[in-house]
Design a protein around this ligand. Sequence first.
Ligand code: ATP
Ligand code: MG
Length: 375
Amino acid sequence: MSIFKNGKSVSKSAAFALLKDLSVCLLVLTGATLLGCIFKAFHLADADIILLYIIAVLVISIFTSKIHYCLISSVIGVVLFNYFFTYPEFSLSAHGAGYPVTFVTMFITALIAGTLANQLKRNILIAEQNAREKEEAALLAQNEQLRANMLRSISHDLRTPLTSISGNASTLISNGNTLDESAKNQIYTDIYSESMWLIEMVENLLYSTRIEDGKMQLTITVEILDDIVREAVKHVERTHPKRSIKVDMHDEIVPVKADASLIVQVIVNLCDNAVKYSADDTDIYLSVSREREFAVITVSDNGIGIPEEEKEKVFDMFFTGSRRSSDSRSGLGLGLALCKSIISSHGGTISISENTPTGTIVSFTLPIGEVDLNE
Ligand code: ATP
Ligand code: MG
């Protein structure tokens, strides 16, 4: 906020506060005087009119920012009462013998009432501020707790494959000579797959740090979707050589407005889920089509599926479903959350539906781009 940034803004807001306080004083005292005139017309006693001014000072104390206004309005209240309502009227002289005492009493009563009202207002404001500060502190503590839990969970998930890799490597170092070829190959494969898993995990974690308020910073260019899909499929086939991915691109060249590396990451994450949550002997299908000004990319599997009540939650960060994959290694629950922020930052949508007879279909859209033929 600019109020605290430069002297000019500060003096501007101070002038505004002064104007507001003076207007309150003027309005309330004028109102009390007008009401006093009405009281007088109905022949009500002086004491009733004095009460009006005391109430006016009370109101002013509540609605102005400084206690000075209470003092000033107490004085002005007495002067106004003297001027308009004591004999002789419309003059500052008062002929009644008791008037000086009345004026002093009126002034003191107004001042005390105003000061008390002001004090009360202050106490309420302080109580409100204390409550707010307490709430903020609680929220901060909760965030800290959340961050600590998150870090613990991430570290735990990352430690498991690291332990396995170092264990396997140590076996190779100490007993390498005694192992036969197939045992050695098994260890090499394990090390490879554990480190690939780690790389994917860290990749997602790194991308997640780029999300701000659910959105991600993008470098958008017009890309040919087929190239992006091919690159992603190549990556998935390398990490899951045993699985077959059937790609259907409808022979059409689809230009999209996208940050290519991020879309590759989305497709890799979706295929990774399809692989992880389906049996090894089932296929994974990837298709690309065009619907008016959007390209639609679909990844489907015949795996364990997602229960209806989890379909929205799977896009939350760190949510992992209740159904476990055959592969006992559970993920961090980052994949789909990342996909969603990447796709919505592109102006597309991502959704989940059921596959028949079993499994999951995840579809996302990307805006079609214009290809510049002169390039
Ligand atoms: P990460 O992707 O971070 O390694 P993850 O796969 O558990 O971990 P997400 O990709 O965000 O996390 O998926 C969230 C949850 O949604 C998964 O834990 C799983 O339960 C469910 N899920 C996602 N894709 C599928 C799928 N194709 N079939 C069945 N369940 C799925
Ligand atoms: Mg995943």
